[in-house]
Design a protein around this ligand. Structure first.
Ligand code: PMP
Ligand code: GLN
Length: 379
């Protein structure tokens, strides 16, 4: 069979997690929390199963959940969203991204991806017949260079994919970035933004997340994607949502309807109720900020350089003082010889690039973080 995705292998997250298990290493590679989901939320799912909410949900998602999402958006400074036409509940952010790209990118369209980038964007673009145009974020702080983005726009550019708070670096958007994005949209009427905002509720130092849904003009030209897996630390539940203007959402739902149709019903009832208490999403940042502080403190006396993490549950460490190896080789060495698993940042680039950076996931208990840091500090 002729592969439609010849360059795609097993994801780096699976590869590193498997290797961590094989060598019994502390797994700070694949991003997932090691602490429990709220008992209240679990009870709500269970209760909804017991009372018989076990059949297909409506294709765009349970109306109660869409309404709760619209309220959350409004409550965090966003615009009014029409729940009938502008929100769709998805099987995680991954399905939302996939359905969005398949519905909007045509054969030969160009899509700008800011790299390093999360791994699911490029395969979706390629399956849609689009052409990936990678544009690098500027090191050391992974800031977007909008002039570079503009220089790569042609009349064929259909979409720019952004992801802030940023996986893998933890970079966030500033007001200047928002201004630049609006300028780009104004100058290029053929273009839309796909904004992957799965870490919207994990942002530190008193900053607020600058969602594309906080600006009417930006929202009118954007698809915003989020994930309850991140917000409620339940990555295995695979429930997320997307928001887009009606005309775009109409097309996305045509794909979602056959790619997935609808999402786990009892969980949707549960989340609709759980979202009524705003603390359940507004309180997430401070919980993770403590973990970031803990891990950074624990790494203070190491030869690794801590790159600022302003959001997400990832910490990038630079290791040029520690080793001359390439990042993949060094990540493998850390697992096999030292017992700590991370993700090499080069895996997030389409062209090999090695800046001696590793990503560590700090959504773990303090004991685990301390153990990993103790090992890393001795290297
Ligand atoms: N986008 C980014 C940036 C992510 O980190 C993830 C999760 N790893 C996803 C999308 C996918 O989210 P979900 O698990 O809800 O599909
Ligand atoms: N989002 C997770 C990460 O960045 C991985 C999800 C996955 O394994 N597909 O680590």
């Amino acid at each position: 069979i002729q592969s439609k995705l010849p360059k795609v292998g097993t994801t780096i997250f699976t590869v590193m997690s498997q290797m961590a298990a094989e060598y019994n290493a502390i797994n700070l590679s694949q991003g997932f929390p090691d602490f429990p989901v709220s008992e209240k939320l679990i009870d709500l799912v269970y209760q909804n199963m017991q009372i018989g909410h076990n059949q297909y949900a409506p294709m765009p998602g349970l109306p109660q959940l869409r309404e709760a999402i619209a309220n959350k958006i409004k409550n965090t400074g966003g615009i009014n969203i029409n729940i009938d036409t502008e929100i769709t509940v998805s099987a995680g952010a991954t399905e939302a991204i996939f359905s969005s790209v398949l519905a909007t990118v045509n054969q030969g369209d160009e899509v700008i991806v800011l790299e390093p980038a999360y791994d699911c964007y490029i395969p979706a673009i390629e399956l849609a017949g689009g052409k990936v145009v990678p544009v690098g974020l500027s090191l050391p702080n992974f800031t977007p260079d909008w002039q570079k983005v503009k220089d790569n726009i042609t009349e064929k550019t259909r979409m720019v994919i952004i992801n802030f708070p940023h996986n893998p670096s933890g970079a966030i958007l500033t007001q200047d970035d928002i201004t630049a994005l609006k300028e780009i949209l104004e100058e290029n009427p053929q273009l839309i933004i796909l904004s992957d905002e799965v870490y919207e509720h994990i942002i530190f130092d008193g900053n607020t997340h600058l969602s594309v849904l906080k600006d009417k003009f930006l929202a009118s030209r954007s698809i915003a994607v989020s994930s309850f897996g991140k917000t409620f630390h339940a990555t295995g539940w695979k429930i997320g949502y997307m928001v887009a203007p009606e005309a775009i959402m109409k097309e996305i739902r045509k794909v979602h309807q056959y790619n997935c149709f609808s999402v786990h019903t009892p969980s949707q009832y549960a989340m609709a109720e759980y979202l009524q208490n705003e603390q359940n999403y507004l309180g997430v940042s401070s919980m993770y900020e403590k973990k970031r502080e803990f891990f950074q403190q624990a790494m203070q006396d190491s030869k690794f350089k801590v790159i600022p993490s302003y959001g997400t549950y990832f910490q990038v460490l630079e290791f040029s003082e520690v080793s001359d190896m390439g990042d993949m080789e060094f990540a493998q060495y850390l697992i096999k010889d030292k017992g700590v698993a991370s993700i090499p940042i080069s895996a997030f680039y389409s062209d090999k690039q090695d800046d001696k950076l590793l990503r560590f996931c700090f959504s773990k208990g303090e004991e685990t973080l301390q153990k990993a840091a103790d090992i890393l500090c001795k290297i």
